[in-house]
Design a protein around this ligand. Sequence first.
Ligand code: 5RP
Length: 144
Amino acid sequence: MRISVAADSTDGVAERVVSELRRRGHEVVTHGALGDGERDDWAWACELAARDVSEGRAEQAVVCCWTGTGASIAANKVPGVRAALCVDAYTADGARKWNDANVLALSLRLTSDVVLDEILDAWLAGRPSTDPADVANVAHLDAI
Ligand SMILES: O=C(CO)[C@H](O)[C@H](O)COP(=O)(O)O
């Protein structure tokens, strides 16, 4: 899968996100501090990754900032993006299952290497629920 990754810093797990995704066989596009001379402020970097998803250049994205909050807010401003700030495997699994999230937001501060691996395992294995109530909730997001 083609996955766009953005971060406002290379602190913490940002570079590990890229290496882990590549190790698992994914094609990774990078933005912000991980990119090549792009503006690395979180709002700009995370917008670029979210636009990759929205405009079909990537199937999913991972956006990172110190708290993860700004990254998720920026990504969620982009039409068609459902970004979820995930702190563990449970929230990552739920984000894929119940929210059909297409952008994973991470806190560089909170996410240890071990927790990152668990989040990526759950996120990449996760599939959207086909329960009609879940499908209706996700469909309503476009109407809000
Ligand atoms: O968590 C963040 C935004 O939600 C940023 O990473 C945090 O504000 C630090 O940014 P900067 O290094 O530019 O001061």
